[in-house]
Design a protein around this ligand. Sequence first.
Ligand code: ARG
Length: 438
Amino acid sequence: MKLWGGRFRKKESELMDKFNKSINIDKRLYCEDIKGSIAHVKMLVKCNILSEDEGKKIINGLNSILYDLENGKLKIDASYEDIHTFVEMTLTKRIGEVGKKLHTARSRNDQVALDMKLYIKKKGKDVIDEIEKLQKIIAKKGEENPYIMPGYTHLQRAQVVTFKHHIMAYYYMLERDKKRILNGLDILDESPLGCCALAGTTYNIDREYTAKELGFKKCIDNFLDGISDRDYIIELLSAFSIIMMHLSRLSEELILWSSKEFNFIEIDDNFTTGSSIMPQKKNPDGAELIRGKTGRVYGNLVALLTTMKALPLSYNKDMQEDKEHFFDSLDTVIDCLVIMGEMLKGLKVKKDNMIKAVRKGFLNATEIADYLVKKGVPFRDAHKIVGDIVLYCEDKGIEIEEMKIQELRQFSSLIDEDIYDFIDYENILNKGIKKKML
Ligand code: ARG
């Protein structure tokens, strides 16, 4: 069940065999592994390293393995060391001795780097698709809910905004997340195939051919770099961590807003859960789990950075750990993007409660200062005047718009009746660049 063994006198310990094995993790690379092998064999034939007939037999064998795996006729046998071993040994079982020629001018080191790059290129696009789906849902939710709500800084009511503008902030975060993934995919778009174990090969192989055949922009220039680089995984794990950070912030807001304290939204029953003891409870578990899973995605990033940080060139077995971290983060990010989208679809926005909240807490104070500035008061002086007005209102337990004109004029004789229109919350959003939030 191994591709090596000649130079050993003793058998590997069972413990070591289990410890060393990666098939249960890397089996999901079977398609990329086979496609990479087919391109490699085509190249070997083109370079007269294998005969046409040998090439045909190996390629047919590889295609039959792929077909049978995809149709459930062949199961990946976990007693092999890794997916590369499984494919090569299954090939030899199927087509005989000629299968043993597949690994000419190749190592598992360039093979595994190739498989991962091909897999990431495919899955990176899936993540982008999910981001775009979520963006569409966010934009629709925003369009449907153009209502005013309190905007916060320091979690204190600050100024009036719209629900649409607030939720659309996440749309733009996701837009940048997409660019980060695309950038990561662009940087990794160089084929490692042909770097072999670390030092290339004495064969005159055509690396450009396999690079082109497999859809890469070019080949990696340096052999040692080609097989020992894992930046491309770290780059994607970092982009995934940032996506999760964004989803976690949104989750946090959904959790806060669905509490009785805010009461701005209701998360639909289908993304909440109940309590085994408290019959009244409806808990925002979907959002909490997204927030919680952010920790494991950050963890995977830090784990791989730490694994890689002191590795001498070139390949070291430590690097086998990369896949578990990557796959776990990939699955988690896709799940969370999907769950967030589905949860947002059913989200009920409580317009009246948001409007009520806008009307408490002097969210128009800045606009009163703007009003005074328009009448010629320097902003710093206007700021002080409105500060005094706020203190006055706090003492009386009223809002600024509830003050009589005579009361307001005690603070500045420049204040006229037109102030009430100016500081009306709906009107505020029709002024200057604030219209953008509508
Ligand atoms: N399972 C290995 C990994 O994921 C494949 C490469 C093995 N290379 C080696 N030199 N043992 O890294």
